[in-house]
Design a protein. Structure first.
Length: 333
C-alpha cells in the first residue's frame, strides 16, 4: 500500500463528526482489498465503526485503533516534499494509514492484529462506547493520537462544569428592584479562579478554562439568568475538585457537571521517548479492549487548525513503531 496516497485519500473524504459513513465505507473497502475480514459495527442509523481482522486470528491479542471523524471545517489535502496537509492529516487519518501499514508489515511476519476505527471521538466518543459493549478479547489496545511518536505516560481527563446563576429582572434605571444574575456569575467565577488546583508528579497541573459565558436580556434590563461553561483538565480523581467548586459557588450560583472523562495512565515500552497528553482520547471509553498504549505521528499543536499537517517522516516512522510495540507486547521481539 502507498502510505502517503492512502492518507490523502482519507483526508479528501469529508468526515466531520456525524458524517463518517463515506470514509468508513472507503476504509472497509480498502481493508477488504488487503484481505481482511471487515465488520461494520453499527453505532446509529448510517454510522458505523470499522473492525477488521485476519481470517486466522478473529480475536487478536493486540488491537490498533483510532478515530475516523474530524472537527470542522473540511479542508482537502495538499502535499509538500516533507508534509501532507488537510483536515485530519494528523488527527487522525494519517494515523489510520500508519496503523494499516503496520498491520501489513506484521502480517508479512505472520503476526496478526485487529484494526478498530471509530466514529465520534471529537464529540462524545459514541463509537468507542458502542465498541466497549462488544469486546473481542484483546489484551492490549494501541490507540493512535498525535503525540509526535512519543509514548504517552498518561492523558489528562476532562471535567465540564456549567455554573448557573439566577437573578431577578428589572429596569436598569432601578437596579435596586432587581438582582443581576450576570454580576452573581462574575463573582462566582472569580471565586472558582481562586481555587488551588491539584498538581500531579507525573501529569503536571490541573488547568481550567472559562470557555463560554451566556446571559442577559438587553443592556437596559437587569439580567435574570447567566451561565458560565468551564472545562478542567484533570490529573487525578475529581471528587475533591467538585467539592471545592460547589463550596466556592454557594450563595452565588449552582454547579452542574454534564461530562467527566477520567484521567488515565498508560502502558509503556522501553526505548521510546515519553510525554504527557494534556488532551483526552477514546481510551477511557474502551476499557474492555485491553491495557492501553497511546502513541501516534503528528503534533497535537497543529491538530484542529487551518494549517493541520503531518510530517511524512513521522508517518513512516509510525509504521515501524506500531509494529515494534506490537512485537514487544506479544513477546516476539
Amino acid at each position: 500500500m502507498d502510505l502517503f496516497a492512502l492518507t490523502r485519500k482519507l483526508v479528501d473524504i469529508e468526515s466531520i463528526t456525524g458524517n463518517e459513513t463515506a470514509v468508513g465505507e472507503a476504509l472497509a473497502q480498502e481493508l477488504q482489498r488487503l484481505g481482511y475480514n471487515v465488520e461494520r459495527m453499527p453505532v446509529e442509523q448510517h454510522r458505523f465503526n470499522v473492525w477488521a481482522t485476519h481470517a486466522t486470528e478473529p480475536n487478536p491479542a493486540v488491537v490498533l485503533s483510532t478515530h475516523m471523524d474530524v472537527v470542522p471545517p473540511f479542508i482537502p489535502s495538499s502535499e509538500a516534499e516533507d508534509r501532507i496537509y488537510g483536515r485530519g492529516s494528523c488527527d487522525a487519518k494519517g494515523i489510520i494509514a500508519a496503523q494499516i501499514g503496520a498491520a501489513e508489515k506484521l502480517k508479512a511476519d505472520g503476526i496478526h492484529v485487529g484494526l478498530l476505527f471509530l466514529v465520534g471521538e471529537e464529540r462524545d466518543s459514541q463509537g468507542a462506547q458502542v465498541a466497549n459493549l462488544q469486546p473481542r478479547g484483546a489484551r492490549y489496545l494501541i490507540n493512535g493520537e498525535p503525540t509526535e511518536n512519543k509514548l504517552a505516560l498518561a492523558s489528562k481527563g476532562t471535567l465540564r462544569v456549567e455554573v448557573v446563576a439566577k437573578g431577578k429582572m428589572a429596569h436598569s434605571a432601578y437596579p435596586e428592584l432587581g438582582e443581576s444574575a450576570i454580576e452573581k456569575l462574575l463573582d462566582a467565577l472569580e471565586r472558582v479562579r481562586k481555587i488551588t488546583l491539584p498538581v500531579s508528579s507525573k501529569a503536571g497541573p490541573c488547568t481550567m478554562n472559562i470557555g463560554l459565558i451566556e446571559g442577559g436580556r438587553a443592556p437596559n434590563v437587569i439580567s435574570d439568568h447567566a451561565v458560565g461553561h468551564l472545562l478542567f483538565r484533570l490529573v487525578g480523581p475529581s471528587d475533591d475538585l467538585r467539592r471545592q467548586i460547589t463550596d466556592a459557588l454557594k450563595g452565588k450560583a449552582e454547579p452542574h457537571f454534564p461530562l467527566e472523562i477520567p484521567y488515565m495512565e498508560m502502558a509503556t515500552v522501553p526505548g521510546i521517548e515519553t510525554m504527557i497528553a494534556a488532551f483526552t482520547t477514546d481510551i477511557p471509553a474502551l476499557t474492555n479492549w485491553g491495557k492501553p498504549v497511546l502513541i501516534g505521528p503528528g503534533s497535537i499543536h497543529v491538530a484542529h487548525t487551518e494549517g493541520e499537517y503531518i510530517e511524512k517522516k513521522q508517518l513512516l516512522d509510525a509504521v515501524d513503531l506500531y509494529a515494534s510495540i506490537t512485537r514487544h507486547l506479544l513477546g516476539k521481539t
